[in-house]
Design a protein around this ligand. Structure first.
Ligand SMILES: Cc1ncc(COP(=O)(O)O)c(CN[C@@H]2CONC2=O)c1O
Length: 282
């Protein structure tokens, strides 16, 4: 298995990170998870665009061009013979003696990227998943895809302990997103989803869903909905790189979202799959 460390493809067993890498000590860095279908990155450009945006939001200057990074990732996918899976990549602010202020400009960001074989969650896409709800205790820049994921992990761990796949977060009674997904509800044939502001990650899969709805004439209202509206929704679904369009059929141990994947969710799943085949082939 090869991994990319900085600009080089090396054997996984030779990949080491310095103990004073700021990503390791402070979570001082940004990341992306990109889906690979049929050996091709799905929405690769959009993910790289967001990576650059996240990096510049925290003052990290990525030391590669988008083309250089994309080529490196494509080489990594090829060398690891990855057909169906993900590429994980992150840039940290680099290695420097542990001090809060940023190091001098001669300290270069550290890049790590590696691939993983991950099948599509077919069974769960068909039957739907269970979720819990919990308070969104994260900071106020959730639009930055940073390595600071404790708020996400603690919520997801709570879900796992409850035998659920996702934790749906709420802030002052309004639903924001999942611990690693965006969330939408269907009510009266219309889709409601949190606006892409600082309270949520502007998910790429969420954007694909919005484009599909615009094309297919499904009305989407980008406004926060309440916990009560979530509980009374006709349908609930998550969107995300690893979950695609994922129905939620149970919330906090009670039936929700109609108790089974709904018709709008089903249509979105089919259109989303068509988009994947469009970009990555069958
Ligand atoms: C907090 C959060 N919100 C929304 C999303 C959905 O965004 P995308 O549609 O762009 O994936 C993710 C995906 N997080 C990645 C996806 O898989 N694992 C992760 O950490 C996320 O971590």
């Amino acid at each position: 298995q090869y991994v990319a460390v900085n600009g080089n493809l090396i054997d996984r067993k030779n990949a080491y990170i310095d103990i004073e890498d700021r990503g390791y000590q402070f979570g001082d860095g940004v990341y992306e998870v990109i889906r690979v279908y049929n050996g091709k990155m799905f929405t690769g450009n959009e993910h790289l665009e967001r990576l650059w945006k996240s990096a510049s939001s925290i003052g990290i200057t990525i030391p590669h061009s988008r083309e250089e990074l994309k080529d490196l990732l494509e080489q990594l996918i090829q060398k690891n013979k990855l057909s169906l899976g993900t590429v994980y990549l992150q840039y940290t602010r680099g290695i420097a003696p542990r001090k809060h202020p940023f190091p001098s400009d001669d300290v270069k960001p550290t890049l790590v990227a590696y691939t993983k074989e991950v099948g599509r969650p077919e069974e769960k896409l068909h039957s739907g998943i269970k979720a819990i709800q919990t308070e969104d205790i994260r900071w106020l820049r959730c639009d930055i895809k940073s390595l600071n994921l404790l708020g996400n992990l603690l919520a997801n761990q709570k879900a796992a302990e409850a035998g659920c796949d996702e934790a749906i977060l709420n802030r002052d009674g309004r639903v924001t997103e999942g611990s690693h997904s965006n969330i939408s509800i269907v009510k009266g044939g219309k889709i409601y989803t949190h606006p892409a502001n600082n309270y949520i990650l502007n998910g790429i899969s969420r954007r694909v869903m919005l484009e599909i709805c615009a094309r297919e004439g499904i009305q989407v209202i980008e406004e926060p909905f309440t916990v009560k509206e979530l509980q009374d929704a006709d349908e609930i679904f998550l969107t995300g790189t690893t979950v695609e369009v994922m129905p939620v059929i149970e919330l906090d141990g009670k039936s929700a979202g109609g108790g089974k994947p709904g018709p709008v969710t089903r249509k979105l799943q089919n259109w989303f799959k068509a988009e994947i085949e469009n970009q990555c082939g069958r």
